[in-house]
Design a protein around this ligand. Structure first.
Ligand code: NAP
Length: 235
C-alpha cells in the first residue's frame, strides 16, 4: 500500500511508521517532518520536509506523491515554549490561540485540498487525522484548555464536512477522526503526573490501535470519530 504519514517525527507518527514498515514489506511510506530531523531511514520510507500549515508547502508535497491508499495526519500541538493550555479564559492569548488553529486545524484542510486528487480512486482508501476527545462538544464536562479544545472541535467539524463532500462526490474514501488517549509523547509530558496509573498509552499501542481500525473500518464508517479502544466518540 502507498501510505502518507504527516508528522512522522512526532511520538505517534514515528510509532505508526515503525509499525507499517514492520507489518508489510510491500508498504511504501511517505512521511513529512517539520523541524525535528528524522532519525529512521529505511528503503520503504521517503521523507519530505514540509510545514503543513503552509498552503504552498502542501501544494508542493501533492506534486511529489502518487496515488495514496492511506493518509494519516499526526501533527499537532498543545503547548509551545512557555505557553501552556489555559486553565481559565483570563489566561487566553490570541497568538497562542492562532498557533493552535494553524497547527491543529489548518493542516487537515490543506492536505484535503491538495491531496484529494491522489485519493479519488476505485479502491477503498482512508483519510485520518489524529484529533482528541477534548474536541468533542458533547463530551465537554470539564472546561479549560480553551485554545486546544476549540482547535480540535474545529478540526472535527472540518473532517465531518470533508467526509460529506467526498461521499457526495463518490470518493471511495473513509474519512475519520482518531482519539489516541493520553499517550507518552512530548505533547503530553507536562501533564503526565495527573494521569491515573495504567492510563498512559505507549505510542506503539496507539499506533497498533489505529492500524487495527483501518483494517476493520469501511465506507459505512465515513465521517465518524473513533477512540483508540475502538469505540465511537460523539462529535
Ligand atoms: N500525546 C497525547 O497524549 C495526545 C492525546 C490526544 C491527542 N493527541 C494528538 O495526537 C497528535 C500527535 O501528537 P503527539 O502526541 O505524537 O505529539 P508530538 O510527539 O509532539 O508530535 C507532534 C508532531 O507535530 C509536528 N508539527 C507541529 N507543527 C507542524 C507544522 N506546522 N508542520 C509540520 N509538522 C508539524 C511536530 O514536528 P516538529 O517537531 O518538527 O515541529 C511533531 O512531529 C496531535 O494532533 C495531538 O493533538 C495526542
Amino acid at each position: 500500500m502507498n501510505i502518507l504519514i504527516i508528522g512522522g517525527t512526532g511520538g505517534i507518527g514515528s510509532a505508526l511508521i515503525n509499525l507499517l514498515i514492520n507489518q508489510n514489506t510491500e508498504n511504501t511510506i511517505h512521511s513529512t517532518y517539520h523541524i525535528t530531523q528524522p532519525e529512521l531511514m529505511h528503503p520503504q520510507l521517503t521523507w519530505y520536509q514540509v510545514d503543513v500549515s503552509k498552503d504552498s508547502d502542501v501544494a508542493e508535497l501533492s506534486e511529489t506523491v502518487n496515488q495514496l491508499d492511506i493518509v494519516i495526519n499526526a501533527v499537532g500541538m498543545l503547548h509551545s515554549g512557555d505557553m501552556m493550555p489555559e486553565k481559565t479564559i483570563t489566561q487566553f492569548d490570541s497568538d497562542f490561540f492562532n498557533q493552535n488553529i494553524s497547527t491543529n486545524v489548518l493542516p487537515t484542510l490543506l492536505i484535503a485540498k491538495h491531496l484529494s486528487p491522489k485519493l479519488k480512486s476505485k479502491t477503498l482508501n482512508y483519510f485520518v487525522t489524529v484529533s482528541a476527545k477534548i474536541g468533542s462538544i458533547e463530551d465537554n464536562n470539564l472546561g479549560g484548555w480553551i485554545s486546544y479544545r476549540s482547535s480540535k472541535a474545529a478540526l472535527n467539524m472540518a473532517l465531518k464536512t470533508i467526509s460529506i463532500e467526498w461521499k457526495n462526490k463518490k470518493f471511495n474514501t473513509c474519512v475519520f477522526a482518531f482519539h489516541p488517549g493520553t499517550t507518552d509523547t512530548n505533547l503530553s509530558k507536562p501533564f503526565q503526573r495527573n494521569v491515573p496509573e495504567g492510563n498512559l498509552q505507549t505510542p506503539e499501542k496507539v499506533a497498533a490501535a489505529l492500524i487495527n481500525l483501518l483494517q476493520r473500518l469501511s465506507l459505512k464508517d465515513n465521517g465518524k470519530f473513533f477512540s483508540y479502544d475502538g469505540t465511537e466518540i460523539p462529535w
